[in-house]
Design a protein around this ligand. Structure first.
Ligand code: GDP
Length: 261
């Protein structure tokens, strides 16, 4: 969780222990669970049935962004698997040829269309095409990938602001969400990433990938408490169906390694 938020939680626990005369492990864990739950934010990322939904998926390379896009596609596609037009992927990470190929491969496996251009193309143009395509075919959701380079903050902010503007202009009537994927195994780095991306485009929620690893992903606590950014999903594996909606109670119980109620 990081030292700052840990100290705050300990202070709060200490004062509760005094005022409520807490005794024993169970009472302490339960109070700590309550404190942490209050710090966390939960987000129900649901599709708006009346409008086109656009999720701009952000994150630095390697966190699990591409895989998470595929999982989101699987999660939101309609039950009728014959409807391959329901969700559209936009290969907006045009910086790496491998990223375009990887997203297309996921699309092929899922039977979902991927809108792409050659490596080096303008990511805004790719996302523009995807929005047009989604409209003409009546799709419900566009999942747009973005480049995950963090070489310079200003550069990142500029690139993302451009894409953000295109979506706001071309899909002004869409339900538009900005989602950051973070890696449960990276600790404080993930907090820094959330800060930077939040400043660049304003995040609606994070998805915590690789939560099935040994890491407990405590970084969600300061992301919720200090940045006010909620968590929508946990990635619990490499398969397409391993995305689970974030539930504060379950997460806190797992974080504390107890059956906190
Ligand atoms: P990107 O560079 O951010 O697009 O990252 P990728 O989507 O390519 O993922 C990087 C690696 O992490 C791949 O080997 C994925 O299979 C793996 N990965 C992604 N999400 C999860 C997860 O929730 N759990 C586990 N165990 N591995 C994951």
């Amino acid at each position: 969780m990081g030292s700052a938020v840990t100290m705050e939680a300990v202070d709060e626990l200490r004062s509760r222990a005094r005022s409520k005369r807490l005794e024993g492990r169970e009472e302490f864990l339960s109070a700590l669970g309550e404190i942490l739950s209050n710090y966390l934010q939960e987000y129900r990322l649901e599709l708006d049935p009346e409008r086109l939904n656009v999720f701009l998926v952000l994150g630095v390379n390697g966190v699990g962004k591409t895989t998470t896009i595929a999982k989101l596609a699987q999660y939101y596609r309609s039950d009728s698997t014959s409807d391959s037009e329901d969700v559209v992927l936009a290969a907006g990470d045009t910086f790496r040829a491998a990223a375009i190929d990887q997203l297309s491969l996921h699309g092929e496996r899922l039977g979902i269309r991927t809108i792409k251009q050659a490596p080096g193309a303008d990511p805004g143009a790719v996302i523009f095409d995807a929005l047009e395509s989604a409209r003409s075919r009546g799709s419900r959701l566009v999942l747009a990938d973005t480049a995950g380079r963090m070489h310079s903050k200003q550069n990142l902010v500029n690139e993302l602001s451009k894409i953000d503007k295109i979506i706001r202009n071309r899909a002004a009537d869409a339900a538009y969400k900005r989602i950051l994927v973070i890696d449960a195994t990276t600790g404080q780095n993930a907090l820094r990433q959330a800060e930077i991306f939040h400043e660049a485009v304003g995040l609606d929620a994070v998805v915590l990938a690789k939560y099935d690893s040994t890491a407990k992903g405590g970084i969600l606590v300061p992301i919720g408490k200090d940045l006010g950014i909620p968590c929508a999903f946990l990635g619990r594996g490499e398969t397409y169906d391993s995305l689970v909606p974030f539930d504060t109670k379950t997460y806190v119980a797992e974080l504390l390694g107890s059956d906190v109620t």
